[in-house]
Structures are given as structure tokens and as C-alpha cells.
Design a protein around this ligand. Structure first.
Ligand SMILES: CC(C)(COP(=O)(O)OP(=O)(O)OC[C@H]1O[C@@H](n2cnc3c(N)ncnc32)[C@H](O)[C@@H]1OP(=O)(O)O)[C@@H](O)C(=O)NCCC(=O)NCCS
Length: 176
């Protein structure tokens, strides 16, 4: 699989499955905490579940445990995105083993903007090889950056969905 390249900088990244072999240690926790407290990511993905309290080291440790459990039990499939120096700068996941189509999610440090479209394209290839026939994502209305990622990666509008009292725009991609 070719590595994802940052469209803006040409930087080369690595997609790492967070399975039982993943050993990130304290540096992994620190990098995840740093990313998840960035306003763009925190406000959208963590403010509600953290009840306004900053995303902590124990949140990151819990996240890594959840990632490993997903691969171990075959229920969900998270990946980290690392820069050329090996620092964690983002994450993506396939949220279920359900076929034919599964939901994906992602976040990326604002300092590395420009790589997520290409990373999602590679995630789609990985999913196709794993037997998925489609992927979809739920995006809050107004999240134009995420919408742009999906649009450039070939996802198309596919109605609306409701979850936890919030309404989302749904985008779907058919895989060969
Ligand atoms: C959404 C998010 C992942 C976007 O990451 P990103 O790396 O900035 O997204 P992209 O890869 O699309 O890169 C953005 C820029 O690079 C350009 N780009 C990237 N890959 C490109 C490609 N292959 N071809 C053309 N342009 C490309 C885009 O046009 C865009 O440029 P612009 O800002 O001048 O319009 C990030 O903002 C984020 O984590 N947000 C908070 C969490 C979130 O919203 N998660 C999704 C929940 S549904």
C-alpha cells in the first residue's frame, strides 16, 4: 500500500493499525492528548463526551485500549496516522465489521492539514481488500473540512441520519 502524502507539503505519513502489536508508550499518549485538545478536534468530537473538561492522558489510554480491543475482537478497526518522524498526528477508524458497508471516522492535527483526503483514499482501499463493499461517514452540517475530505475521496451525499439527538449529513462510497 503506498503511504499517504500531504497534498500541501509533500510530507510522507504512515498508517498504523492500533492492534495488539502497537506499543506507543508515553509518547503516544502525549501526542494523542495534544491533538485531541486542539480546538477544531476537541470542540467537534470530545467537548460533549468530556463534559467540557480537557481530553486527558487517561482518555488517550482508554482510547488505545478500545483500539486494541477492536482488532482483537474483530469489532472495529482503528488506525493512527504518523508523520515521518513517527509522531502520531491523526486517527481513522472503520467502526464496525458489518458488511457490506461500514461507517468511518477520522481526526487530524491542524498542523498537518492536507493529508486526510489521501489517507481516507487509502483507508478505502484497505476496506475494499478486507471485503467491505462500501463505506459511509456522518458529518455535522457545517463541517465543511470533513465534507471536503469525503468529496475529494469520492464519497457522495446519501441522505441524513440522526444519532444521539444530533442530525448528520450522510456520505457514502461504493467500493469495487
Ligand atoms: C476534517 C479534517 C480531518 C480535515 O483534514 P485535512 O488534512 O485538513 O483535509 P484534506 O486532506 O482535505 O486537506 C485540506 C486541504 O488540502 C487540499 N487537498 C488535500 N488532498 C488533496 C487532494 N488529493 N487533491 C486536491 N486537494 C487536496 C484540500 O483541497 C484542502 O485545501 P483547502 O483548505 O485550501 O481547501 C480535520 O480538519 C479535522 O480533524 N477536523 C476535526 C475532526 C473532524 O471533523 N472529523 C470528522 C468528523 S465527520
Amino acid at each position: 500500500m503506498p503511504p499517504p502524502i500531504n497534498h500541501r507539503t509533500g510530507g510522507v505519513y504512515r498508517i498504523v493499525p492500533v492492534d495488539e502489536d502497537f506499543t506507543g508508550g508515553a509518547a503516544a499518549i502525549e501526542a494523542i492528548v495534544e491533538c485531541c485538545n486542539q480546538p477544531l478536534i476537541y470542540d467537534l468530537l470530545f467537548a460533549e463526551r468530556c463534559a467540557g473538561v480537557p481530553y486527558s492522558g487517561s482518555d488517550a489510554a482508554g482510547f488505545l485500549d478500545w483500539c486494541r480491543a477492536g482488532w482483537r475482537e474483530g469489532t472495529h478497526f482503528p488506525f493512527l496516522l504518523c508523520d515521518a518522524g513517527g509522531t502520531i498526528v491523526g486517527a481513522m477508524d472503520i467502526k464496525s465489521a458489518e458488511r457490506p458497508t461500514a461507517e468511518i471516522g477520522y481526526w487530524l492535527s491542524a498542523d498537518h492539514s492536507g493529508v486526510m483526503t489521501n489517507a481516507v483514499r487509502i483507508l478505502a482501499t484497505i476496506a475494499g481488500h478486507a471485503g467491505y463493499r462500501g463505506l459511509h461517514a456522518l458529518v455535522r452540517p457545517g463541517n465543511d473540512r470533513s465534507r471536503g475530505v469525503l468529496d475529494r475521496a469520492g464519497f457522495r451525499p446519501a441522505g441524513r441520519a440522526e444519532r444521539g439527538g444530533n442530525v448528520y449529513d450522510r456520505f457514502a462510497l461504493a467500493l469495487e
